[in-house]
Design a protein around this ligand. Structure first.
Ligand code: NAP
Length: 291
């Protein structure tokens, strides 16, 4: 606790300017009358350990962790919750008695996102674009909680794809395969998948024109999910809607992973209505600013 009694929280990433986590948590702190504040910190990969020690010595309440630190932070922590260890990615850190404890709340966030789609996705063929921290949480949920036909992980780095499938060997690797992001037939292969999930940062604010796959073409039998929440409708989702597919953005996952992080830090329930309205109005302002 700071001398002013203000409890400090942070979100760390590189880059980090796009993050709306400070807006989310500060809106919640204010609504619940909690004397606390979250700020974003741009931490380069080589400074991660030093930064963690700094947050610890400043008596922070907790951290959210985003690109590119979710996996590399694990060996730097004193404890890792069982689920986060199985996923192999941490997006929430709690400081307790001078120790760093890591958790993964992306998995729970993704479960919430899938809930309204559940009947449509049971038994489906899933294509996951990206092999980073968010992709790990997604594949964990699919392997553990959803009846899947097949899960293909598409990575631009072959070594990362192999590491990814090796990691999930203990859960159920038989459903898991890998594809290369550079495969020129990817747009054609994509046609045979029922659910396509973007877990790369491609298309994220401020590079909102970008798409993770060149010239994607979807059809009406598909669901396209983009974990990106800023912008609410990415270029990929716009394309999916134009092609008649069902398009689902990452806002609900973002809200739910944040609510779970807040519960881990404080034991309290987030004022999700207030937070949702603050986030949506910021995302709508982005749209007005860009048009
Ligand atoms: P990460 O751990 O850094 O992983 C990113 C993945 O995307 C890596 O596999 C990376 O490939 C790949 N990638 C990056 N740039 C690429 C490019 N130009 N072309 C192809 N692949 C590329 O990041 P993360 O934490 O998983 O986050 C990924 C995205 O999900 C971000 O946009 C993040 O905002 C979003 N997300 C949203 C929520 C939510 O609550 N809605 C939660 C978590 C994450 P390499 O391995 O080759 O580097």
């Amino acid at each position: 606790m700071q001398s002013s009694g203000l409890r400090l929280y942070g979100i760390i990433g590189h880059p980090i300017a796009q993050s709306l986590s400070p807006l989310m948590h500060n809106a919640n702190f204010e609504s619940l009358g909690i004397h606390a504040s979250m700020q974003a910190y741009d931490i380069e990969p080589q400074s991660l350990n030093e930064a963690l020690q700094g947050f610890l010595s400043l008596d922070f309440g907790g951290l959210n962790v985003t690109i590119p630190h979710k996996e590399t932070i694990i060996p730097l922590l004193d404890e890792v919750a069982e689920e986060a260890g199985i996923i192999g990615a941490v997006n929430t850190v709690r400081f307790e008695n001078g120790k760093l404890a890591g958790f993964n709340t992306d998995a729970r966030g993704f479960m919430h996102l899938l809930e309204p789609l559940r009947s449509s996705v049971e038994g489906a063929k899933f294509m996951v674009l990206g092999a980073g921290g968010a992709a790990r949480a997604v594949v964990y949920v699919l392997l553990k909680h959803i009846r899947t036909n097949q899960i293909a992980v598409v990575s631009r780095t072959a070594a990362r794809a192999t590491e990814f499938t090796d990691h999930f060997r203990s859960i159920n690797q038989s459903k898991l395969s890998t594809l290369s992001m550079g495969d020129p037939s990817l747009p054609r292969i994509l046609q045979s998948f029922d659910v396509i999930i973007n877990a790369t940062p491609v298309g994220m604010f401020p590079e909102t024109h970008a798409v993770p796959i060149e010239n994607p073409k979807f059809h009406s039998g598909q669901i396209v999910i983009d974990l990106i929440y800023r912008p609410m409708t990415t270029q990929l989702l716009r394309q999916a809607s134009e092609d008649g597919a069902r398009a689902v953005g990452g806002v609900e996952m973002f809200l739910q992973q944040g609510a779970e992080a807040f519960r881990i830090w404080t034991g309290q329930t987030m004022d999700i209505r207030t937070v949702r309205s603050a986030i949506i109005s910021k995302l709508e302002q982005d749209i007005s600013a860009s048009s």
